[in-house]
Design a protein around this ligand. Structure first.
Ligand code: GMT
Length: 398
């Protein structure tokens, strides 16, 4: 196989830029590829939050959508396809790598159709979760999601479970390749833990529990509050909630209703994620579904044990009984109780907590190394480019 470091590629990365797993993965991957000397062009309506303004080998192309009184819904997908084609013409991109299928995969395909064959980039669609399990299977999107997956040159999924789910629900011929997410364990490290930082959220004799997400219903943020209420009845504890979204207000209201508001800090979205996660004693993720659970992995990398639902790809990330606990989701009440009991059991045993913390860190460091994932993506790019150029030489215009 070609040495991946020899050929420098021009790669377009398309993502949803706000705080959320797929945008984080897209940004971190783009930055790693740029560090290897590839030229990385990010496309979105806003600069993705983990991408610095100026960074060697990276470029940002803002997708602007003109509003017009006729448009109840401004057609972002068309503006994105147009911007992609424009940049492909100007910079001869080799690849457009979209993260989260909707609406990015079809925009990438439209872009290829707008260009002459010799200027067409390869297209890759990384599947992140709800683009398959929730939005993609909705009647209004199913057909076009299926079509755009068939048209993508490569469709990586972030966990075995999501790969299986994609094959089962979409029954596509195109193979799904599993490329798990990664974490930079130098950046997400326990070294950021400091008494001074932690003191802003909890006293020295209190446990600090935490949760981070985009507060969508699938994350079950209200269950975090319910679990915490049970834990706090047994142990001196505080809760740090990082992020925002539709369930932020309901979560605040529930905390107030349960009389625990003064024990909970709602921090909103933060840029200093490792600095916050490393102050925690335990991370809670009671989601209804997670294709992977990047937030859990980032917490583990900071040496924080995780108590999460046994759902989706989470068992591929959190090893039950060594770096955290997984609890069945089927019955919400039982799940809340089980997660509270596991949390109380673990935190009441300092030696076990220390063992879990070390195991969580070690698993994140050894199993989810960025280098390995970036190697896999580079190989995937080169394999697809080689296949496409072979087809081109054979005169195929598929
Ligand atoms: O938050 C996002 O940007 C997308 C979101 C989703 O709903 O698809 O997150 C998914 O992608 C992350 C990165 O690959 C995974 O860690 C999350 O588990 C996954 N979320 C869900 O499956 C609910």
């Amino acid at each position: 196989m070609e040495n991946t470091s020899e050929r420098k590629l021009k790669i377009g990365i398309v993502c949803h830029p706000a705080h959320g797993g797929s945008g984080v993965v897209a940004s971190e991957l783009g930055l790693e590829l740029a560090a290897r000397g590839h030229h990385v062009h990010f496309f979105s309506h806003t600069l993705p939050f983990r991408v610095p303004n100026a960074h060697p080998n990276t470029f940002f192309h803002e997708v602007e959508v003109t509003s017009y009184p006729l448009f109840k819904y401004p057609p972002y997908t068309l503006a994105l396809a147009t911007k992609l084609a424009e940049v492909c013409r100007e910079h001869s991109l080799d690849i457009i790598h979209v993260h989260y299928a909707i609406p990015h995969a079809i925009a990438a395909w439209l872009c290829t159709r707008m260009l002459p064959a010799e200027q067409r980039p390869a297209t890759i669609t990384t599947l992140h979760g709800t683009d398959i399990t929730l939005v993609g299977i909705d009647n209004s999107f199913f057909e076009i999601t299926r079509f755009s997956l068939e048209k993508s040159d490569g469709i990586p999924a972030v966990s075995d479970q999501l790969g299986e789910e994609t094959r089962r629900r979409f029954n596509i011929d195109n193979p799904v390749e599993i490329i798990p997410n990664f974490v930079d364990s130098d950046k997400f490290a326990p070294g950021f833990r400091s008494e001074a930082r932690r003191a802003a959220f909890a006293g020295p004799d209190e446990f600090l529990l935490g949760h981070m997400s985009n507060f969508r219903p699938v994350k079950r943020v209200l269950d975090v509050i319910r679990i915490f209420q049970r834990v706090h009845r047994e142990l001196p504890a505080r809760l740090l909630m990082i992020g925002e979204g539709v369930d932020l207000e309901p979560a605040r209201n529930l905390a107030a209703e349960l009389g625990i508001m003064e024990r909970v800090t709602f921090l909103g979205p933060v840029d200093q994620v490792p600095e916050m996660l490393s102050q925690l004693d335990l991370f809670l993720l009671p989601s209804e579904y997670e294709s992977f659970g990047l937030a859990a992995l980032e917490a583990m990398s900071c040496g924080v044990p995780v108590v999460a639902s046994r759902t989706g790809g989470l068992p591929e990330v959190v090893k039950n009984g060594s770096c955290g606990y997984l609890c069945e989701f089927a019955n919400v009440e039982a799940k809340v109780k089980a997660m509270a009991d596991k949390t109380i059991g673990l935190l009441s045993d300092p030696q076990k907590t220390a063992r879990f913390s070390a195991a969580a860190r070690e698993r994140a460091r050894s199993e989810f190394d960025p280098g390995r994932t970036v190697d896999t993506y580079e190989s995937c790019y080169l394999r697809i480019l080689a296949k496409n150029s072979l087809l081109e030489n054979q005169g195929s215009d598929a």
